[in-house]
Write a protein of this length. Structure first.
Length: 101
C-alpha cells in the first residue's frame, strides 16, 4: 500500500477515534467534505497546513499521523517479518516460533 493511501487510512482511523463524521471534521478544518473524502481514500495528499488543522482539530500530535505500520496489508507484514527474522540468530527464531505456535 502506498503512503498516500496509508496516510488517508490513518486520518480516517483517528477521525473515527474521536467519533467525528467526515462532514463535521471537514467543517472544523474549513474544507469541503469531498476533499476530506479524497484524502481519506488516498486519492489526494493533504497539504501540510491541512494536516496541521486536522491534527489540531482531533487533538493529536502530528507524528501520530505518520505512524501507520499497523495499516499495512497482511502480505506486507509477512514480508517484513520474514526479512526481520531471516537476519536473527537461531535462538531468537526459536523464541518467535514458540510464540507463534
Amino acid at each position: 500500500m502506498d503512503n498516500k493511501k496509508l496516510l488517508g487510512k490513518r486520518i480516517k482511523e483517528l477521525r473515527k477515534n474521536r467519533n467525528l463524521t467526515q462532514e463535521k471534521l471537514a467543517e472544523m478544518i474549513d474544507i469541503e467534505t469531498c476533499s476530506l473524502s479524497a484524502i481519506e481514500s488516498g486519492r489526494h495528499y493533504p497539504a501540510f497546513p491541512t494536516i496541521e488543522k486536522i491534527a489540531s482539530s482531533l487533538n493529536y500530535d502530528l507524528n501520530i499521523f505518520f505512524d501507520y505500520k499497523h495499516l499495512k496489508t497482511k502480505e506486507e507484514k509477512i514480508k517484513e517479518i520474514q526479512t526481520q527474522i531471516s537476519s536473527q540468530p537461531e535462538e531468537i527464531i526459536n523464541i518467535v516460533y514458540r510464540i507463534i505456535h
